[in-house]
Design a protein around this ligand. Structure first.
Ligand SMILES: [Zn+2]
Length: 154
């Protein structure tokens, strides 16, 4: 999923829990679970990580994804009366952290993160490796609709 989807869901879980620790772990768990829904990025991810082709496209996608997520969180934080900035923040941190760890593993190949990389892609690839992925364009449109709905609950 996009980082904006993970951040929005994390923020919502933060609000629902009302507790920063639960917000963090709830956000983290939500990342792994929602990543199980096929969301169109498996081809790009495999090209980048496995086949080592069209890597510039994957990097550009991640940069755009990250900047959009930052801007979205800033807009929400500056236009809403957030009940608890602490749970809002820790929910988002938990929500996006798995992809940061995967990215750090991709850069460093450290054994410290290898296990987590395996866990992440166990969830991420659970259905797409059995039933195939969906077109990225449709997956992004679906996420825009999902985010538009979820942000009304923040
Ligand atoms: Zn992920």
């Amino acid at each position: 999923m996009t980082l904006t989807t993970h951040a929005t869901l994390g923020a919502l879980i933060g609000k629902a829990t009302g507790n920063p620790v639960l917000a963090f772990f709830g956000g983290f768990l939500s990342h792994l679970l929602i990543d199980m829904i096929p969301h169109g990025d498996t081809g790009m991810s495999d090209n980048f990580r496995v086949h080592k082709t069209r890597q510039t496209r994957a990097v550009a996608y991640v940069v755009v994804d990250a900047i959009v997520a930052i801007l979205f969180v800033l807009v929400i934080a500056n236009t809403r009366d957030i009940d608890s900035v602490r749970t809002f923040t820790w929910g988002i941190i938990g929500g996006v952290l798995p992809d940061l760890l995967v990215g750090l593993y991709e850069i460093t190949k450290t054994p410290l993160l290898k296990w987590f990389n395996i866990v992440h892609f166990f969830f991420h690839d659970f259905f797409v490796k059995r039933r195939g992925d969906v077109p990225l364009y449709y997956a992004l449109l679906a996420q825009v609709v999902l985010i538009a709905y979820l942000q009304t609950k923040l």
